[in-house]
Design a protein around this ligand. Structure first.
Ligand code: DNO
Length: 395
């Protein structure tokens, strides 16, 4: 397996030279500066590629092997007015990436919001901080800040009451903070930052779109893009929903093994692949992670490895250290390493240690939420240890 590292570009707090020190060799990056929906040019991709792949004297090389992500605008997910033009723009970006020889592209199909948390710096017993999703705080935001019209019907009386109590105990600063975290789009997000009125409008635009219809739209999107990817030798990898269930009454269709099976059945192209994210899928107790890895082994080209711990009834969770929490990382890696052995060296799975606790010096530094250097490096080192023990040291 190839060791990846998500790098947010030249402005990011973690530099490429620091990435080298972690042992990672494969860069995962995107043109985050390009507005969502605008086609990438080959020149732009090449510029970023040369930044990554021009190796200073006496340093080890890095290669840009995964684009995470080419964002898919909401119009495509809703099949709204601009959908066709947006798909053409997406294909143009894909072609620019392919022309530069980057073999893997990651994307997601979550409506309105990408990955969602309610706290960025939840203090763990070690003193390091983690990201957390608190179902009650989330419901408090949905019911009493966003005041989503259908929300009342979608929570049980007990949930509504708990959310009310939580909301009443929140200070104005806490309300502002949770609003910022949920609406401002977390790093690497493929959705635009939103104001509350814009958020409401976006939700209204989805009325009438249920899971079956969203799935149809994704299949139509895949039917349009996979022939291009296949012809150009690029693997597309769909990232799971995070968390893997409906939020704000919106459908989500990449949360379970059956969700993925439906997509692979509908669009069997080998370019139709999966970003296997243990942190996202692992939030659901009914997702058997090693079984999913085994079932879709040949479709997995990119893996995000991290663990979460479910709290209470399981709807609340926090991000644990990579080998703690609810994910059996050894069992997961056994499956991925077995698949990797079936492949040629150039097609091995790229993995990255996903997210990481904020710890040590990073507690005093500006960090990209979820992506501090030290916590991710700790995760990568632990994952590498498992791979060595399994007899398949990462490359
Ligand atoms: C968060 C990431 C997501 C992911 C996109 C994929 O840490 O996993 O932002 O990159 O959802 O398109």
């Amino acid at each position: 397996m190839r060791q990846g590292w998500r790098w947010f570009g030249p402005e990011a707090p973690v530099t490429l030279d620091e990435v080298r020190q972690t042992g990672a060799t494969n860069i995962v990056s995107s043109l985050h500066q390009v507005p969502i929906g605008r086609a990438w040019t080959e020149k732009e991709v090449r510029e970023r590629q040369s930044l990554i792949e021009t190796t200073p004297a006496d340093r080890s090389p890095l290669v840009w092997s995964v684009v995470e992500s080419i964002p898919i605008p909401d119009a495509v997910k809703r099949k709204g007015g601009e959908a066709e033009a947006e798909i053409e723009a997406w294909i143009a970006s894909l072609e620019a990436v392919a022309a530069c020889g980057i073999p893997i592209v990651c994307y997601n199909f979550m409506p309105v919001v990408d990955w969602t948390r309610t706290e960025l710096d939840f203090v763990t017993p070690t003193g390091a901080t983690a990201m957390r999703f608190d179902h009650e705080r989330f419901a408090a935001f949905d019911l009493f800040v966003l005041k989503r019209p259908d929300a009342d019907r979608q929570y049980s009386a007990e949930d509504r009451e708990r959310a009310r109590v939580v909301f009443e105990q929140m200070s104005q600063e806490e309300v502002a903070e949770i609003t910022r975290i949920i609406t401002s789009a977390l790093p690497g997000s493929t959705t635009e930052p939103l104001t509350i009125p814009a958020f409401r409008e976006k939700l209204v635009a989805y009325s009438g779109i249920d899971a079956a219809r969203l799935r149809r739209h994704l299949i139509e999107f895949l039917e349009a893009v996979t022939p291009v990817a296949e012809a150009r030798g690029v693997k597309l990898t769909l990232h799971p929903d995070d968390p893997p269930r409906s939020l704000f009454g919106l459908p989500r269709i990449a949360s379970t093994a059956d969700d993925y099976a439906a997509l692979f059945d509908a669009v069997p192209s080998a370019a139709n692949g999966m970003c296997y994210c243990t942190g996202s899928l692992g939030v659901r107790a009914d997702n058997d992670l090693p079984a999913i890895a085994r079932r879709f082994a040949s479709r997995i080209h990119f893996a995000h490895l991290r663990a979460t711990t479910r709290e209470g009834d399981g709807r609340t969770f926090h991000e644990s250290a990579h080998l703690e929490g609810d994910v059996d990382m050894v069992a997961v890696l056994r499956e991925l390493v077995a698949e990797d052995r079936r492949r040629s060296a150039k097609d091995t799975i790229v993995f990255r240690s996903d997210h990481g606790h904020r710890m040590l010096d990073d507690l005093d530094k500006t960090v990209t939420p979820g992506y501090p250097a030290i916590g991710r490096m700790r995760g990568l080192a632990e994952l590498r240890g498992i791979m060595h023990a399994l007899g398949a040291p990462p490359t």
